[in-house]
Design a protein around this ligand. Structure first.
Ligand code: NAP
Length: 284
């Protein structure tokens, strides 16, 4: 049989994307919106210099202004904060980007936190792993229940069922930060029972009473049930509790599992925010 494999051509794909973007940018310009990207580079590392050059060429092609700031490796971090604040406040700056890796004396995470989230062009703040990560309290609560088992998630398979923005997606990121191998299932997932049967850790957030059958659970798994479905005036989880309990090593009940921890996580976020803010203030 002939080889039917198609080699995807990145150059072609890039130029077709760029052509569409150039149109959008031209339309924005016609309506008075001039786009600009402020970049911050510290030091002369080849990789960052070359990346900046290629970005500059690209921006020129599509009519976006480039405001380049280059600092020496000896700059004080305080200087970088001042510059970022100026860029944050400048209405003519659309996006801000910090080239990385930074020389090791600088703290990328803290600097990214000083960038106005609406201008952080690489979207790194959202996904940057951090112990101070602010995440939706329910997802944090689900992971806190997992942590209470004392298990190390490293190398374990974690199945997150549900992909809502307040539970499933953030819980997947949090488990990824814990070195689990993460799968996210949703309503279009096939053979959910097979996925459940392979998972060392299950976090369910579907919103359907006892949808996950107890005999799907891998013996010895950790099972966290986020579901809170009112049945006959009582909250019932997404997991068939009694049967799952017979197989799991740990399981969270409904009510009395994730719910009470969720409220506490709101306070935990407040503390995390105050830490992030003090990192910013330290340097302003
Ligand atoms: P949601 O926004 O409705 O999301 C439900 C998710 O479940 C969706 O991603 C959906 O997939 C997926 N799903 C639906 N049917 C499925 C199926 N048959 N197989 C696999 N996945 C399926 O719900 P949510 O906000 O995450 O909440 C879910 C449950 O958690 C609810 O019972 C809610 O009451 C409870 N909850 C509890 C707390 C707490 O503090 N304890 C907080 C928030 C929520 P698609 O994306 O494909 O539609």
């Amino acid at each position: 049989m002939p080889n039917a494999c198609v080699v995807l051509n990145g150059k072609e794909i890039a130029s077709s994307y760029l052509a569409n973007l150039a149109k959008e940018i031209a339309e924005l310009r016609a309506s008075g919106e001039v786009l600009s990207l402020a970049t911050v580079r510290v030091g002369e590392a080849d990789a960052c210099r070359l990346y900046e050059k290629s970005i500059e060429n690209l921006l020129k092609k599509v009519g976006v202004r480039h405001l380049s700031a280059v600092f020496s490796e000896n700059v004080e971090e305080r200087e970088l904060y001042r510059h970022l604040e100026k860029m944050n406040a400048d209405p003519e700056v659309t996006g801000i980007m910090i080239f990385s890796p930074l020389p090791k004396q600088f703290r990328l995470e803290a600097l990214l936190n000083a960038v106005n989230i609406l201008k952080e062009v690489e979207g790194r703040r959202l996904l940057h792993a951090s112990k101070n990560r602010v995440a939706p309290p329910t997802a944090l609560a689900a992971v806190a229940l997992f942590e209470a088992t004392g298990w190390d998630a490293t190398g374990k398979t974690a199945l997150i069922i549900g992909r809502s923005g307040i539970v499933g997606k953030p819980a997947a990121l949090l488990m990824l930060d814990k070195n689990a191998t993460v799968t996210i299932a949703h309503s279009k997932t096939k053979d959910l029972n097979v996925h459940v049967g392979r998972a060392d850790i299950v976090i369910a957030s579907i919103g359907k009473p006892e949808f996950i059958k107890g005999d799907w659970i891998k013996p010895g798994a950790v099972v966290v049930d986020v579901g809170e479905n009112m049945v006959g005036g009582k909250p019932v989880g997404d997991i068939e509790f009694e049967k799952a309990k017979g197989r799991a090593a740990f399981i969270s009940p409904v009510p009395g599992g994730v719910g009470p921890v969720t409220r506490v996580m709101l306070v935990r976020n407040l503390v995390a925010l105050s830490k992030l803010q003090s990192i910013d203030h330290e340097h302003s």
